[in-house]
Design a binder for this molecule. Structure first.
Ligand code: EPU
Length: 432
């Protein structure tokens, strides 16, 4: 069996996570490369002949993406010990198989990658976390605007840009992360000057922008406007090595854990710049966070956590991907907290699981009222999406009694070696 299939199989065989109560976490944890940066960069590997990605996170979503690249004709070499992958060679197919695309949301990025590389793509609506309807109308509106022909057949969407591609000057109706990334990837293949307005500015989007700059494409941002200047293909770099930024959501997850159990906990290899609002909210709720350097912080268990209000928003606002972990923490804070989810319409499923542990959370529409309780108790839970599963792990560690989290595949899709990292800090968790 090939290494890639072996890794996918070895993660895929785990069904649940057993979590024992943890008295405190001590020592240090090193943050992996960002999943949501690695995915657009993997799609961008289609634009060049030979790309090596460093600080690459080996987790299910990125492994699925590598599998797609292989099916598109690319050679893929894995170096897990060195946190590195190399993707090289040409493209022999422009069809992203439905079975793989349906496994993760990031698969939609191959639309932009293929359009940028060869002007044609056949993809299917992506899968991923069930946190709302998650349409891709903006992605398609953009390619239509470029003059792309779009066809629908047998669960697939086919786009052909070649004949009519033109200068891109496009305004998004709403701020979309992968929508902005797909537009950038597509435009990378169209010589000339383009403008994108109302773009997402998440650090992962800007990581792709930096990558494109390395390749030789000039991208300038002015507020939520991006000007993109694409030189003739012959002038672009074809071989390069690029380093993935640290995963701010993994880092934020460990910061929350540290706020509950840190004795203290040292979190290394993060980028504090990307975590400003998360650190601010932790501090507001009574957690002490010592920023030791731009890439290292120390976080202490709070003497008494206070309830706070949170409203998710596009970056630089509070990340929707940190909402569930904060909810777990605030469920044992003193007083009330109000959490408003503004990005996704159905991202409170973890609230019902936390309630099984004794949390007092009322949900109405996109608002949750969390009334702090003394403590949580272990329970049998179900992970409903990626970040929800992280919140349940945190809740399980602070609860009295053992917790079993079913459906743990969600966690493995987005966190690299979470179980090992937790054991390294003294927690008793086991994947089975
Ligand atoms: N939206 C539309 N139409 C579109 C695109 C988006 O209506 O064509 C809506 C969405 O339904 C949502 C909002 O716009 O209500 C924002 O969605 P966005 O497109 O920004 O989300 P995404 O690109 O699908 C990425 C991350 C998510 C993260 C969000 C928001 C990747 C692969 N995924 O999703 O990450 O929550 O941005 O920051 O980058 C995760 O890692 O757990 C995760 C869910």
């Amino acid at each position: 069996m090939e290494v890639l299939d072996y890794l996918i199989d070895s993660y895929g065989r785990f069904k649940r996570l057993l979590v024992k109560p943890c008295g405190g976490v001590k020592g240090e944890v090193s943050i992996s490369g960002a999943k949501n940066s690695a995915l657009p960069l993997l799609a961008a590997s289609l634009l060049v002949e030979d790309l090596t990605l460093e600080n690459f996170p080996f987790l299910l979503d990125t492994l699925y993406a590598l599998k797609i690249l292989k099916l598109l004709g690319k050679e893929v070499e894995l170096f897990p010990d060195r946190k590195r992958v190399r993707i090289h060679g040409g493209i022999t197919s422009t069809r992203v198989p439905l079975e793989l695309a349906s496994l993760f949301r990031g698969s939609i990025l191959f639309l932009g990658g293929l359009l940028g590389a060869v002007g044609r793509a056949t993809v299917s609506p992506p899968g991923g976390c069930p946190i709302g309807s998650r349409p891709i109308d903006q992605h398609l509106k953009f390619v239509e605007h470029l003059g792309g022909e779009i066809g629908f057949e047998g669960g697939y969407i086919s786009v052909n840009l070649r004949a009519r591609a033109k200068r891109g000057d496009f305004t998004f109706d709403l701020i979309t992360v992968t929508g902005t990334e797909n537009a950038l990837l597509t435009l990378a293949g169209i010589e000339g000057e383009h403008t994108l307005r109302n773009v997402a500015l998440e650090p992962e989007v800007l990581d792709l922008v930096n990558f494109l700059r390395e390749v030789g494409i000039n991208v300038e941002t002015y507020g939520r406007t991006m000007k993109i200047e694409v030189p003739p293909k012959g002038k672009l770099k074809r071989r390069l090595t690029y380093r993935v930024i640290p995963d701010r959501i993994e880092a934020g997850t460990f910061l929350v854990l540290g706020g509950l159990l840190g004795e203290p906990l040292r979190v290394k290899n993060l980028n504090t710049d990307h975590l400003r609002v998360v650190i601010e909210k932790l501090t507001q709720s009574g957690v002490r966070v010592n920023v030791l350097s731009p890439s290292e912080v120390e976080v202490f268990r709070a003497e008494a956590l206070r309830g706070i209000d949170i409203e998710t928003a596009p970056y630089p606002g509070f990340p929707t991907d940190m909402q569930a972990q904060f909810m777990a923490m605030l469920s044992v804070a003193r007083g009330d907290s109000i959490i408003v989810e503004r990005i996704f319409e159905n991202r409170f499923k973890h609230a019902y699981e936390l309630r099984k542990m004794g949390a007092n959370i009322a949900v109405e529409g996109n608002t949750a009222l969390v009334r702090g309780v003394e403590g949580l108790k272990g329970a049998r839970l179900k992970a409903t999406d990626l970040r929800a599963s992280a919140s349940l792990v945190i809740a399980g560690l602070i609860a009295k009694g053992e917790t079993v989290i079913e459906n743990i595949g969600h966690l493995l899709r987005g966190y690299e070696g979470m179980d090992k990292k937790l054991r390294g800090l003294g927690c008793e968790v086991e994947l089975v």
